[in-house]
Design a protein around this ligand. Structure first.
Ligand SMILES: N[C@@H](CCC(=O)N[C@@H](CS)C(=O)NCC(=O)O)C(=O)O
Length: 209
């Protein structure tokens, strides 16, 4: 499979982790977000959203990291990325969606660029915006996850929620957010990064970095 990828993209990072957990090798095709390659006609012809990642699955191209991860989970069932049972599965998805829908889109590159371009916000205001949405989202996750003491978000094995959490924390650090108020999230992140599948997907270790 071919992953249209950018090392620091947290949505692409999610898919790299999932591919690694599933033991699937893939070819990474770099799409340089800082140079705007995601908006170029070549890439938009493949994925009209102009966002990474996209996965060429061999049976068609897919966008949207969560849809890709669920596709991988169905196509390669072991190890499962969602727990057993309807309630546990819904809870795992809810945690993942808190990152993917409630935090990440507000702080995406194109949103930050729009705020700068259209409303003339400066670096400090941009950072305040960024930290505001992160803090709200991470505080909610921390509160929910302290109700359990499993090594990962939803039990003894890593899954969809961890796959979303780890890249978001990488991103938070990159933008200088103090993670001290979120010890449970940081502990889960540490447990994940001890695993090769997560470590190899990290932007600093990823082959395209
Ligand atoms: N909901 C999408 C989000 C994809 C997304 O926002 N990707 C970011 C990188 S993490 C991107 O391509 N940004 C380019 C831009 O904002 O111009 C997913 O989960 O795949």
């Amino acid at each position: 499979m071919k992953l249209y990828d950018y090392p620091r993209s947290s949505a692409a990072y999610r898919v790299r982790i999932a591919l690694n957990l599933k033991g699937q090798t893939f070819e990474a095709v770099p799409v340089n977000l800082l140079e705007g390659a995601q908006r170029g006609e070549d890439y938009r012809a493949l994925n009209p959203t102009g966002l990474v990642p996209s996965l060429d699955t061999g049976e068609g191209l897919l966008g949207q990291s969560l849809a890709i991860i669920e596709y991988l989970d169905e196509r390669f069932p072991a190890p499962p990325l969602l727990p057993a049972g309807a309630f546990a599965r819904a809870r795992a998805r809810a945690l993942a969606l808190q990152v993917a829908c409630d935090i990440h889109p507000l702080n995406n590159l194109r949103v930050l660029q729009y705020l700068v371009r259209e409303f003339g916000i400066d670096e400090q205001q941009k950072l305040a915006w960024y930290h505001h949405w992160l803090q709200q989202g991470l505080a909610a996750l921390e509160r929910q996850l302290t109700e359990t003491d499993s090594p990962f978000c939803c039990g003894d094995t890593p899954g969809l929620a961890d796959i979303c959490l780890v890249p978001q924390l990488y991103n938070a650090r990159r933008f200088g957010l103090d993670l001290a108020p979120y010890p449970r999230l940081v502990a889960i992140e540490a447990a994940c990064l001890r695993l090769e599948a997560f470590a190899a997907a990290h932007p600093d270790h990823h082959q395209e970095a």
